[in-house]
Design a protein around this ligand. Structure first.
Ligand code: NAD
Length: 432
């Protein structure tokens, strides 16, 4: 293991986390809690100010924790990349979205790397955590370090470690979820593992950075494909007059060989809808089509359209057209109990329903407003939402903080895509 830095006047190990978002801040917190002096680097001046004034930028880290770490000098956020010359470990947690054509956009990794390069001192361990296609650590990061004159395994040690954080999960957090690490050389992997093992409960070393990159894609491809399968099952069950929820719950009583996944209005969040497409893009460059991923993407992308079709059918039963109907969407976040609307299927529902002329209000205690093109759409408070009248209520997210029964009690047509009201036998309540 490389010796702890003495440059901060102590034996404290030092690290920089690049990107202070949903992933970066919890990682910074875990290392600071383990006694590292952590520098959080971000391009956002506002985020840095917020952190330095003791306020968190993600619901998974409390304000109190940020305040304590800032007060004790264990955490400092900055836009000044020159600060990386003070650290021995760097973890990169910047976004990896898709471009408009659904191709990987690794420009954030490239920019982060270029900002780091002039300041990284020799001997530093650099770990990429952003989800990406196999080969990125070697082809994108190593290549740039080599251009700058660094020699792998001597001047720089590079590894990949997939981030498995699950925002809103109260059981599994960054510290107690096993962390996979793989290096570009066996030594790089061991160095990264040794650092991570100081802050996290369990580190699993794999044979290469490419293997570690692939682990993350397997995990999220597994989820995307299984969700695609149960989404198809939901459509099949509806045609057969069966409840997919009942079928899945009953199948889940089998103690082996079955893992339950639930249908929904589509995939959301920064990971599941995007990560498998990183793998299918990479394989297309090698002239190989990953059919499972493309089929799951097709089924999952169709779900918001399917849900809107169900809304239209339900309105028809009351001789109403979708155009001009008042619809209340319950939940705008992409999943339960989070404030994140990235790739949220509720946004697709909002868009498709508005295009078809529906008049929409929404309620989400975690998302007071969201951006829709140039507009900022404001949600309505519970008291207002429950006091109003609609042609249909559409449950798009199942938050613990929402009293769904209060909406079902209104007696209005209701379509529930998250099985929040499966216990209700009312004729006006319909499940996906
Ligand atoms: N959010 C999740 O649940 C989750 C889970 C597992 C993996 N991941 C992966 O982790 C990575 C980060 O995701 P996130 O959700 O934390 O994103 P985020 O948008 O919440 O945070 C990213 C941060 O990086 C900053 N940033 C952008 N470019 C930068 C640069 N050049 N230098 C420094 N900072 C820069 C942004 O300002 C932002 O604060 C992605 O690859 C994502 O796929 C996310």
């Amino acid at each position: 293991m490389s010796p702890p830095s003495k440059e901060n006047g102590t034996d404290r190990p030092t690290m920089a986390v690049v990107g202070m978002g949903y992933v970066g801040l919890p990682l910074a917190e875990a290392f600071a809690d383990a006694g590292f002096k952590v520098i959080g680097l971000d391009v956002s001046v506002d985020k840095c100010k917020q952190i330095n004034s003791g306020r968190s930028v993600t619901p998974d880290v409390s304000d109190e924790s940020v305040q304590r770490l800032v007060d004790t000098g264990l955490l400092e956020a900055t836009t000044d990349f020159a600060k990386v010359s003070e650290v021995e470990l760097i973890s990169i947690c910047v976004p990896t979205p898709l471009s408009k054509s659904k191709d990987p956009d690794i420009s954030y990794i490239v920019r982060a790397c270029e900002s780091l390069l002039p300041h990284v001192r020799k001997g530093t361990v650099v770990v990429l955590e952003s989800t990406t296609y196999p080969g990125t650590t070697r082809d994108v990061i190593l290549e740039r370090f080599e251009w700058a004159g660094f020699e792998l395994g001597k001047d720089i040690h590079l590894a990949f470690s997939p981030e498995r954080v699950d925002p809103g999960n109260e059981t599994w957090n960054i510290k107690n979820t096993p962390k996979v690490v793989g290096g570009l050389t066996p030594k790089c992997g061991e160095l990264a593992r040794d650092y991570y093992a100081r802050a996290l409960d369990k580190v699993v070393l794999v044979s290469s950075a490419e293997a570690a990159e692939m682990v993350k894609l397997l995990e999220n491809t597994f989820r995307a494909i299984n969700i695609g399968m149960v989404n198809e099952l939901a459509m099949v069950c509806e045609k057969l007059g069966l409840s997919s929820w009942e079928i899945i719950d009953a199948a889940a009583t089998k103690p082996f060989g079955f893992l339950p996944f639930r249908p929904g209005p589509g995939l959301g969040g920064h990971c599941i809808p995007i990560d498998p497409l990183y793998l299918s893009w990479k394989m297309r460059t090698m002239d190989y089509k990953v059919r499972f991923i493309e089929l799951a993407d097709e089924v999952n992308s169709f779900m918001p359209h399917y849900v809107v079709g169900r809304v239209q059918d339900l309105l028809n039963t009351q001789e109403k057209a979708l155009k001009g109907s008042r619809i209340l969407i319950l939940g705008m976040a992409y999943k339960a109990d989070v404030d994140d609307v990235r790739e949220s299927p509720a946004l697709d529902l909002y868009e498709i329903l508005s295009e078809k002329g529906a008049r929409i209000a929404y309620h989400d205690p975690h998302v007071p407003s969201f951006r829709f093109g140039a507009e900022v759409i404001q949600g309505v408070a519970f008291e207002v939402a429950v006091a109003d009248t609609y042609d249909l209520i559409l449950v798009a997210t199942g938050h613990k903080a929402v009293d769904y029964d209060a909406f079902a009690d209104l007696g209005l047509l209701l379509l529930d895509t998250r099985n929040q009201l499966g216990h209700r036998k009312d004729e006006h309540v319909h499940l996906l």
